[in-house]
Design a protein around this ligand. Structure first.
Ligand SMILES: [Ca+2]
Ligand SMILES: [Ca+2]
Ligand SMILES: [Ca+2]
Length: 489
């Protein structure tokens, strides 16, 4: 930090802004949670169109809201006609990986049959994937890319979208209570666009290298099948493989590693096959398909939703490229460490490592990373590398690393340490602006141990001495030492 002149003009308005207090907790004391925005209505998914510029989907009214620098904009950037019954509604968003050129944003929603929002009657048109153009202010020019089933449902509509490192768009849809060959019922109907992950070109056409492309028809679009329902898709940034969360009925939620042609086993198997009474014999194995056990399961369901890989060092190097999962039942944030080969997950807890299942008696402290988020529906890594959490209660939170500031204050003439110096740190950027006070102890030392990284002005005052002022940036995860000599008046 360099020496600077006092900045008194700023003080009057700074005092109007109070610091934040939240009920959300993160197990790592070097990390902090910041509420970015509130006031959203049943939000399901979010996508960044810029740093601190987020599009957020509202499930029940079909509105796409915009949050700029933590401020919810009053006018939606789009309002579509959805059926909102049960799990239906505005469900998924993907921003083109080369955005803003092309300026394409993809939305998945249960489209109403009337042109207005509905609640089950008449039947919705279907679960539909549209591509929109972002014109700088709104989503315009919808192009229908997929018309998927929406009935009978009304649950297990899926809707999560993500782009892969291959430039392809991946979309998950659940079983909608169908019972056919895609649900591993050999005597049931054929491929009907349920219980699958679809893999598409960015214009909605079918890539020629899809795993079932040789089988033709609907099968050509699929990357995986045998899913009950899914709200989470994410690619490992190192291996470029797809991971997924899947939702069991009353038992066995799953985290899966999905290679091309994956069959997840539903309705014959949820959780590891060794725990299923009938084993693998009942599966419908399409040519080129394979069954694989989940990499992790919860015996008692938590309803996992979002999954994300932290492709940044913003939370500290120890979390870089790790996997995070959110659930909607308890609002827990889970942290998973991939194995060195990144084709499985590492656990220190023997009861988890032995069978890769969270059983009711198992200690889950190792994976429960955060609590109090009241129903997580999405996780995204922001362009600046922070972990963003979308809560169904209408809020966005960000997890970021703490910074530390400390030092010693001495008399500039005598060199004696000064006790009782008031030290006030003003965090000015990035927002929110906060004021944190402390004072020096008998050894003249002060310390701030849990500061948000960023730009600070710090004031040092004691009667009989001239005011000391320093400013500069506090980097995440680091301790900055600022020693100050105060001249007597
Ligand atoms: Ca609407
Ligand atoms: Ca499975
Ligand atoms: Ca276990």
């Amino acid at each position: 930090m360099s020496k600077a002149r006092p900045y008194w003009a700023a003080i009057s308005w700074l005092l109007l802004i109070t610091s934040l207090c939240t009920a959300q907790t993160i197990r790592d004391p070097t990390l902090r949670v910041t509420e970015i925005v509130g006031g959203l209505n049943a939000p399901t998914a979010m996508g960044f169109i810029g740093t601190d510029d987020i599009l957020v989907l509202q499930k029940n009214d079909g509105q796409v809201r915009r949050v700029i620098n933590g401020v919810l904009q009053p006018t939606p950037v789009l309002d579509v006609a959805v059926d909102q019954t049960s799990e239906r509604g505005l469900l998924g968003i993907a921003v083109h990986p080369a955005f803003p050129s092309p300026p394409w944003v993809y939305l998945y929603y249960t489209e109403s049959g009337t042109g207005a929002d509905t609640t089950g009657a008449p039947e919705p048109l279907g679960n539909r994937l549209y591509r929109f153009r972002w014109d700088g202010n709104a989503l315009v020019e919808p192009a229908l890319l997929l018309n998927l089933p929406g009935t009978p449902g009304p649950n297990h509509d899926g809707g999560v979208l993500t782009f892969g490192p291959d430039g392809k768009l991946y979309a998950a849809i659940g079983d909608l209570n169908h019972r056919g060959q895609l649900q591993n019922v050999a005597t049931g109907p054929g491929a009907d666009d349920t219980s699958v992950i679809l893999r598409l070109n960015d214009d909605g056409s079918t890539p020629s290298d899809n795993p079932f492309v040789a089988l033709g028809g609907n099968l050509a679009k699929y990357y995986a099948y045998g899913l009950r329902n899914s709200f989470g898709l994410a690619f490992d940034p190192l291996t470029q493989t797809l991971w997924q969360t899947e939702n069991g009925p009353s038992t066995y939620d799953e985290i899966n590693l999905i290679a091309p042609g994956f069959n997840s086993g539903w309705v014959q198997i949820m959780g590891p096959a060794v725990r299923a009474p009938q084993g693998l014999d009942d599966l419908v194995q399409l040519p080129g398909s394979h069954y694989a056990d989940p990499r992790f399961s919860w015996l008692e369901t938590v309803a996992p939703t979002a999954i994300a890989f932290l492709n940044s060092t913003q939370l500290g190097p120890q979390y870089q490229h790790d996997m995070f999962v959110g659930d909607i039942n308890s609002g827990n944030l889970y942290h998973f460490k991939p194995t060195p080969g990144r084709d499985s997950l590492h656990f220190d807890t023997p009861a988890l490592a032995a069978d890769l299942v969270a059983d009711p008696e198992d200690d889950l402290q190792e994976i429960v990373f955060g609590t109090g988020f009241e129903g997580i529906t999405d996780l995204k890594v922001s362009p600046d590398g922070r972990l963003y959490i979308l809560s169904f209660q209408g809020k966005i939170f960000a997890v970021s690393h703490e910074a530390t500031l400390q030092g010693t204050i001495t008399d500039a003439l005598s060199g004696d340490v000064l006790e009782g110096v008031r030290v006030t740190a003003w965090h000015l950027a990035p927002e929110p602006i906060t004021r944190i006070p402390t004072s020096t102890d008998v050894s003249g030392a002060y310390a701030f141990s849990r500061l948000s990284p960023g730009r600070y002005w710090v004031f040092f005052s004691r009667s009989g001495y001239k005011l000391g002022v320093r400013h500069g940036d506090l980097p995440p995860g680091q301790t900055t030492i600022v020693n100050v000599q105060l001249p007597p008046r």
